[in-house]
Design a protein around this ligand. Structure first.
Ligand code: SAH
Length: 367
């Protein structure tokens, strides 16, 4: 995808300006939701951001090692759960690569294929067709939202899904809070702040923060986590959430990426990816489940045996061997994806630690 031309407003920019002219300043979450999901011009609706000419690369697209480790993990948690008939779901499956690599491994386990109904939570028509091509053998079904999944034991994976859900941003003042909004300035869209307001919910969560602090809330992400929590608490199963972010944290993390570079989030609405860091604590609390980790992706993959698998793959020769060492490094090295990305599992309270997790969160610190 060629980088957007900063000089010309995108079709979505024109539409957003009109909306602001009519309805007033637009909260950041609404802006982000339109940029990513507008039915005609939304970033994920119009393109495959992960393809050969895409804007960014995710862990499963780096190396098959990633999905294979998740496949081994899924096989183990399914055995530990007593091999139930269950729903195997992925939220935001991208090109279907993670699940295809995972199922190549887990599918070797007798009974796994018969027990699992594969469900993909995806809004993008472009990516749904990529997923159909990658996963056709598994006869997947698609749903729009986690809430639309059938009821039953749930084994759910989400890699770089929660970071794509819109965040609201609030600025802490001595006398209350201001929501960060998008307004129209003389040179196009720019950020501003809405009126000062009071909020019991924000006070409870962030009241100890000093004046000037900026906080982010991910209401859709918390609703998804609550839905996952309700299902796992009622029917059993486990969720595995992988994303960049922290257990807790404050500050503006809204970022745009286009053509593998950081971009101005307001420059080309609908033509750059927009994300925000995931605050794992908020998701864990919304789910009501027992959190495990977060551990760093590098540590998690090492514990699952990625190095041994990489050695085997490298020895086999052929196409699978090429780039194994580079892929292993990219996924696990602290200076690459190994440290920024975190992995959290959610289980019923009292369940044993899933593979790769030694303990629950130590208030605010990483294992
Ligand atoms: N997990 C994949 C793709 C990450 S990109 C990978 O690791 O490669 C984010 C994914 O979430 C895409 O598949 C995107 O279409 C999907 N997505 C974004 N917002 C969504 C929403 N609100 N509901 C469902 N899927 C969404």
């Amino acid at each position: 995808m060629s980088p957007p031309d900063p000089g010309r407003p995108t079709p979505l920019a024109r539409l957003i300006r009109e909306r602001i002219a009519e309805a007033g300043p637009m909260p950041v979450a609404e802006y982000m939701a339109l940029c990513l999901g507008h039915p005609e011009h939304g970033y994920y609706i119009t393109r495959d951001p992960l393809g050969a000419k895409g804007d960014f690369v995710t862990a499963p697209e780096v190396s098959q090692l990633f999905g294979e480790m998740i496949g081994g993990w899924l096989a183990q948690v399914w055995i530990d759960a007593g091999r139930p008939q269950a729903i195997l779901a992925e939220a935001g499956p991208g090109r279907g690569t993670l699940m295809a690599d995972a199922l190549r491994v887990a599918g070797r386990l007798p009974g796994f294929r018969e027990a699992m109904a594969l469900k993909l939570v995806e809004t993008s028509p472009v990516l749904r067709s990529a997923q159909a091509a990658a996963l056709g053998d598994w006869a997947p079904h698609w749903v729009e939202r986690v809430a639309d999944l059938p009821e039953g034991p749930l084994f759910l994976v989400a890699n770089e899904f929660f970071d794509a859900l819109p965040v609201r941003q609030f600025l802490r003042l001595a006398q209350g809070w201001q929501e960060r909004v998008v307004v129209v300035g003389p040179e196009g869209l720019r950020f501003g702040y809405g009126p000062v307001m009071t909020s019991a919910a924000l006070e409870t969560r962030f009241g100890a923060l000093p004046e000037g602090a900026l906080v982010e809330v991910n209401p859709d992400g918390e609703a998804v986590a609550a839905e996952i929590g309700r299902r796992i608490a009622s029917f059993g199963g486990v969720a595995l959430i992988i994303d960049y972010g922290e257990w807790d944290g404050t500050g503006d993390t809204l970022q745009a990426v286009a053509g593998h570079r950081f971009a101005d989030p307001l420059a080309a609405p609908g033509q750059a990816d927009l994300t925000a860091h995931v605050r794992f604590r908020a998701l864990a609390e919304a789910s009501g489940l027992q959190p495990w980790g977060p551990v760093t992706q590098g540590v998690f993959l090492e514990r699952l045996g990625i190095t041994a698998r990489a050695r085997v793959l490298a020895r086999t020769g052929g196409p699978a061997a090429a780039g194994v060492a580079a892929g292993h490094r990219r996924l696990t090295h602290p200076a690459e994806m190994g440290q920024v990305f975190k992995v959290m599992a959610l289980t019923k309270p009292g369940a044993p630690a899933p593979p790769g997790f030694a303990s629950g969160p130590m208030a605010g610190s990483m294992e």
